[in-house]
Each structure stands twice: as structure tokens, then as C-alpha cells.
Design a protein around this ligand. Structure first.
Ligand SMILES: NC(=O)c1ccc[n+]([C@@H]2O[C@H](COP(=O)([O-])OP(=O)(O)OC[C@H]3O[C@@H](n4cnc5c(N)ncnc54)[C@H](O)[C@@H]3O)[C@@H](O)[C@H]2O)c1
Length: 439
């Protein structure tokens, strides 16, 4: 019986599912990871990490031994006590796309056994676990919730690239369809995670915790970007304004976001639209959230326009400048380019600049990006023959290597700092024209 309790299937082995599968395996669970991506399955079965620059995870997956197997065979679900679904929840033109959750739910429903616990970890709007997942599971299996099987939502909070917090020590919230569902899920997560596992009153409340966390972040970034746009318009430096605000932060503990070319990744730009769509369906006014999301989405164009103004101030035209775009990922020190604002910047620069070459220490030419067409293998190659630099991601290696002197020695005449990463005074002292976002 105890052996059966410690069996787990994880559906979807991406940034969320694989770390959970590995953590559970390290905690003594017999884990079957199920995914539809054969290449990924092969990497996992060789005990290699699919993520660049994550030493902690590399060591963890190397240690799982026989406790983890990865397969595309969904019948493995029949043999486990707990099934966790971690498939993507993207948006298409800002409309939530639940098709992958539905398809994973159908695959689980076809194998569902009496007594099993099913948990949805994917980020969704309030109502999806009860209104979308539950009918699929009940209808296809003939089993009944609370009596024959258990269903809960426990949103993931993993933050790829974060050295302090990982799946094993992140606080979690859990909401079940019934009280027994919540209890089963709390027990499961308590076995794996060394942090608070908090029970909420319903699946909807748990769903809203996560989608609101990311909506909050989106709005805070929009607020910072709107302050930066005001600074640009009125000739102030946002960094000095932020230094001033720090004295308030020190005493009152406010949490400030910083301006830039906008948020990216699978979560922050997408999840706000799950909240907006669900609220609108119930006739709730969402204009405040609409404006925040739109402002952030427009930051890449805004920043490219700033580069064009910088050139105009010197009597030049962006159309005659060769631009090096530095950084393609949505945040520093990871290799994830999903919904990265840098990619939108690349589309814009391909259209409006004379030429574009990109460089990212964590993204290779083979990353399958539609844009930019040319990805350099080194920083030196990107800077060679460029007139202007556009900084899109503040990777640590770029912070270290991209000195004002290096820019000067490579004949760079313009810098658009989309992450306010460089020392503006040091750059301009060398005769290089500089604009940041709000400075
Ligand atoms: N990436 C993050 O930092 C993060 C953090 C917290 C929450 N989330 C949420 O977690 C969910 C998963 O995100 P992710 O970043 O891990 O996605 P991902 O794209 O990294 O991985 C998802 C995996 O699911 C697989 N998959 C898709 N459809 C499937 C199916 N029907 N059956 C089996 N496998 C299938 C894909 O092949 C892929 O390997 C999303 O809802 C996301 O919003 C992500």
C-alpha cells in the first residue's frame, strides 16, 4: 500500500512538470513523466537537463536513478496514485487557449482509476478545474468526484534561473473540488515540498491566487513603464527617480518594479488575459487591466522609436544604421525566448534598420526563431560592423563584458538600453549617444 501511495505520473515535462517529477523522484516517489515530445523524453531518460545554466537542476536530475522514467505512453497513468497535469496554457491574440489542458485531461480520463488524485498545476483562470477539467474526467471515465476520484488545483510558482527558490522549497496553495480532494492534495505536496502548503476554500480561489500574482506583476511593470514614458517626455532620469523612491522603500517596504521593454515568458504577458477574459464573460469592467497589458505589449515598439529619435537627434536615420541586438530571452541568465519582448524588437528592427544581427549567450542559431534572421556566435561578432546597440536582456555576462570602452572601441555610435543596464554618464562621456527606458 505504501509503495502505491508513492507513485506519481506527471503530464507535461516542461519548466514546471520536469522539476516536480525530479523532486518527487528524489523524495522516494516512483515517477512516470509523460510528454508528447520524443526529443525531450530522450534527454530526460539520459538524465540530462534540458535547461541551460541551471547547475542545481543538472545535479538533481543526475541523482534520480530508477525513480524516474519518461514516456509518451499514457497507459502508465493506470498504475499511479497521483496524476499531476503541467501542460502549457498559452494565449492566441490574447485569447486563452485551453486546448492543451483539455487534451491532457482526455488522456488522463481514458486511464483514470478509482481512488486516484488528479491535480492541475497549469496556470488557469478561476473556474477551469471545475468547469473544464472535471466534466472531461467524469464523462470519459464514468467515475464520480469525491466518491471515486479526487481533483484539485495547485498552481506552480517556479521561477527558472532563481538560485534560492525551486520547486522543493516554494510555498504552495491548494484548492480541491471537495474537502477530501483538498486534503489528499495537501498530503501529496507535503510529502515533496519543504515549505507552507496552504488550503484554500475552492479550486477557483487557488486558480485566482496564481493568475492574480502574475496579473499584479504585469500591472506593476506597466506602472514602472508609464513612469518611464513620463520621464522621457519631461526630460527626467527614471533611475534617479527610483533612487529617490528607494528612501521610501527603505522605510515603508514598497515593492517597485523597474521599467524596460516589457515582460515576457509563458506567464506574465499571458496570464492577465486569462483573468480579463473570465471577468469579461461575467460582465466585469476590466479596462484598468486591459490598459496595463497593452502598455507593456507596446514597449518594444516604443523602445525602437526611441532609438530612431536618438539617431534623428544626430541627423541620422535608423534606416541607415546597422544594429546589434543584445539578448533574446525574456529575462537574464536563462535560455527561454517564449514571448520575449526582444523578439518583437527584432521584428521591428528588421523592418526599420539597415541591418540586424543578434547575440545571446544562451540562444543559438538553431533556436528556431522566426526573427532575427542572423544570430551571432559571439559578442565580438555582433559588435563588429554595428553602428548601434540595442540591449534587450541584461544577462550577467553582458553586464560584465559590455563596457563603455568596448562599445567605443567597436565604433558604436548609438545605444538603446532597453534594460537600463549601462552607466549612462560613462557611455555618453565617450561620445556615444544613449537612451534608456525613461532616461
Ligand atoms: N515556465 C514557468 O516559469 C511557469 C511558472 C509557473 C507556472 N507555469 C505554468 O505551468 C504550465 C506549464 O508551463 P511550462 O513553462 O512548464 O510549459 P512548457 O512549454 O515548458 O512545457 C510543457 C510540456 O507539456 C508538453 N505537452 C503539451 N501538451 C501535452 C499533452 N497533451 N500531453 C502531454 N504533454 C504535453 C509539452 O511537450 C512540453 O514539454 C503553464 O500553465 C504555465 O503558465 C509556468
Amino acid at each position: 500500500m505504501e509503495d502505491y501511495e508513492k507513485t506519481l505520473a506527471v503530464i507535461g515535462l516542461g519548466y514546471v512538470g520536469l522539476p516536480l517529477a525530479v523532486e518527487a523522484a528524489l523524495k522516494g516517489y516512483a515517477v512516470t513523466g509523460i510528454d508528447i515530445n520524443e526529443t525531450l523524453l530522450s534527454i530526460i531518460n539520459q538524465r540530462k537537463s534540458p535547461y541551460a545554466n541551471d547547475k542545481r537542476f543538472e545535479d538533481a536530475i543526475a541523482k534520480v536513478g530508477d525513480n524516474l522514467s519518461a514516456t509518451c505512453d499514457f497507459t502508465a497513468i493506470q498504475k499511479v496514485s497521483t496524476v499531476v497535469i503541467c501542460v502549457p496554457t498559452p494565449t492566441e491574440h490574447n485569447v486563452p487557449d485551453l486546448s492543451l489542458v483539455e487534451s491532457a485531461a482526455k488522456s488522463v480520463a481514458a486511464q483514470l482509476q478509482p481512488g486516484q488524485l488528479v491535480v492541475l498545476e497549469s496556470t488557469v483562470n478561476p473556474g477551469v478545474t471545475r468547469d473544464v477539467l472535471l466534466p472531461i474526467l467524469e464523462d470519459a471515465s464514468g467515475l464520480r468526484i469525491g466518491k471515486d476520484f479526487f481533483l484539485a488545483h495547485c498552481p506552480e510558482r517556479i521561477d527558472p534561473g532563481n538560485d534560492t527558490f525551486y520547486v522543493g522549497n516554494l510555498n504552495r496553495v491548494v484548492g480541491g473540488i471537495t474537502e477530501a480532494c483538498t486534503e489528499r492534495a495537501v498530503t501529496f505536496y507535503s510529502n515533496i515540498i519543504d515549505a507552507k502548503i496552504i488550503s484554500l476554500g475552492s479550486t477557483e480561489e487557488a486558480e485566482f491566487v496564481k493568475s492574480w500574482e502574475n496579473t499584479h506583476r504585469n500591472v506593476m511593470i506597466a506602472l514602472a513603464n508609464s513612469a518611464a514614458i513620463i520621464c522621457d517626455g519631461l526630460g527626467m532620469d527614471i533611475n534617479r527617480v527610483l533612487d529617490g523612491l528607494q528612501s521610501k522603500v527603505d522605510q515603508f517596504g514598497l515593492k517597485l518594479a523597474t521599467p524596460g521593454i516589457g515582460p515576457g515568458g509563458h506567464c506574465i504577458p499571458e496570464d492577465i488575459h486569462y483573468v480579463i477574459r473570465r471577468a469579461r464573460e461575467s460582465g466585469i469592467d476590466t479596462r484598468f487591466l486591459d490598459d496595463a497589458a497593452e502598455l507593456n505589449d507596446k514597449m518594444p515598439q516604443y523602445a525602437v522609436r526611441q532609438l530612431s529619435f536618438l539617431a534623428k537627434d544626430k541627423g541620422e536615420d535608423l534606416r541607415n544604421l546597422r544594429v546589434a541586438l543584445l539578448g533574446l530571452t525574456y529575462k537574464p541568465d536563462i535560455s527561454d525566448t517564449r514571448r520575449s519582448p526582444a523578439i518583437e524588437v527584432a521584428y521591428q528592427l528588421e523592418r526599420y534598420a539597415k541591418s540586424l544581427i543578434a547575440y545571446d549567450p544562451y540562444v543559438s542559431y538553431t533556436a528556431g526563431l522566426a526573427s532575427p534572421a542572423v544570430v551571432a556566435e559571439s559578442l565580438a561578432e555582433a559588435l563588429d560592423k554595428a553602428d548601434a546597440v540595442f540591449i534587450a536582456t541584461a544577462h550577467h555576462v553582458l553586464r560584465e563584458q559590455l563596457t563603455p570602452e568596448l562599445l567605443h572601441d567597436n565604433g558604436i555610435r548609438y545605444v538603446l538600453d532597453g534594460r537600463n543596464m549601462l552607466d549612462k554618464d560613462a557611455v555618453t562621456k565617450l561620445g556615444i549617444a544613449y537612451r534608456g527606458i525613461g532616461r
